[in-house]
Design a protein around this ligand. Structure first.
Ligand code: AMP
Length: 369
């Protein structure tokens, strides 16, 4: 099998949301076809991909014929079962590998991973039971956040515990009153509440040849736990930016990554950087790169997994990316007439409250951190 995949090749994408859609467009620009695999019909990526398979992630026959049709596969959705990715890996290279996914899917493994590479996190403890939670609260102190170890996103599966007496009701709520099935892997983690001054993220790309390139740190503001705006550049010192970039680079190296990884971090009042989590896939906080940089996160991912040289991720403008959630998508006429605005609509038919329907990036003159 040759490592490099030339234009004309077929890229498999597991997951069919807006990240898959923007990835398929980037692939097409470089001359590649895309085959999207997604359990939901009429997913946003299916409207721009070359082919779509609509099947569940445990449909082995569909997975095998998908794998046989592609030269390389990647994922745009973090909760693809690792067994699915492992099965595809037997027939086609999957980049990044399922190992990166396995760590990112489990908050306990993720935190241990960052500790191992010398990056600080909030104080935390694994939690298997209510007794564990009481011990963890004594170690971590209140306020603290109890998070399910797996399958949480956008603040789902998280409960703030303000005082010790709230622990039992938080545990009942998080477990829906059922004792966790596994006694070996932790059901949850307890994290100290970080009084951050800002939230930032860095996207690192690593090529087949081990070359690493990072986009600059950007600042993220969340509303109701969902990303609201990303501002580039982040309003942080150059020392903090260097620390944040160093962490993302080390994560990419340690994962032996071929692809991209977004690392989300908290900045504390003394300029320290604490890692919150990572995603080894395109990330909402990287959408600004489509319009404000010489290359973008999606193109960089295609280059990495196809064995092409990475591009210089230089920023040529300042940018503010705003997510368009739910009904926001019906009020975008002002953006069309603003020459500084770049508008993206994801092609989802139903504007449910809080659903990511599109985004807009407004550019302004370049300034540095
Ligand atoms: P997560 O799903 O872990 O990315 O959490 C979603 C958002 O909740 C983060 O972007 C933060 O705004 C907030 N958050 C998560 N963990 C903490 C923490 N340990 N301390 C303070 N805020 C947090």
């Amino acid at each position: 099998m040759t490592e490099r995949i030339d234009p004309g090749g077929m890229i498999g994408i597991l997951g069919g949301g807006q990240l898959g859609r923007l990835l398929a467009l980037a692939a097409a620009k470089l001359g590649y076809g895309t085959h999207v695999y997604c359990p939901e019909a009429d997913c946003p990526a299916s409207f721009v991909a070359t082919r779509t398979t609509c099947a569940s992630y445990d449909d082995n026959q569909a997975l095998d014929s998908f794998a046989a049709s592609v030269n390389v596969a990647t994922f745009e959705f973090e909760n693809v079962p690792t067994e699915t990715v492992e099965r595809i890996s037997k027939l086609a290279p999957v980049r990044p590998s399922w190992k990166a996914l396995e760590i990112a899917q489990d908050r306990a493994k993720e935190k241990a991973f960052f500790t191992d590479i010398g990056a600080a996190t909030a104080p935390w403890r694994p939690v298997h039971s209510l007794d564990d939670l009481m011990d963890a609260l004594k170690a971590v102190d209140t306020p603290a956040i109890l998070k399910t170890a797996r399958l949480g996103y956008d603040g789902k599966g998280q409960i703030l515990i303000e005082k010790l007496e709230d622990a039992e009701s938080a545990w009942v709520q998080l477990t829906s009153g059922q004792p966790p099935s596994s006694t070996t892997t932790p059901f949850a983690v307890l994290e100290g509440f970080v009084k951050f001054t800002s939230e930032i993220s860095v996207i690192a790309a690593r090529g087949l040849d081990g070359q690493t390139q990072c986009f600059e740190p950007v600042e993220n503001v969340h509303k109701n736990h969902v990303l609201h705006t990303t501002t580039a550049p982040a309003n942080i010192s150059s020392a903090t930016a260097k620390t944040a970039i160093g962490i993302a680079e080390r994560a990419a190296e340690a994962l032996n990554l071929v692809g991209i990884v977004a690392v989300e971090m908290f900045v504390t009042s003394y300029g320290g950087v604490l890692v919150n989590e990572m995603a080894p896939r395109p990330h909402n906080s990287g959408h600004w790169t489509l319009d404000a940089c010489q290359t973008d996160q999606f193109t960089q991912l295609i280059r990495a997994i196809c064995g092409l040289p990475l591009a210089e991720p230089l920023r040529h403008s300042n940018a503010v990316m705003t997510n368009l959630l739910g009904e926001d998508i019906n009020d975008i006429d002002g953006f069309y007439t603003d020459p500084a605005c770049h508008v993206y609509v994801y092609g989802k038919s139903e504007a449910r409250p809080g659903r990511k329907m599109g985004h807009v990036t407004r550019l302004s003159a370049l300034s540095s951190i």
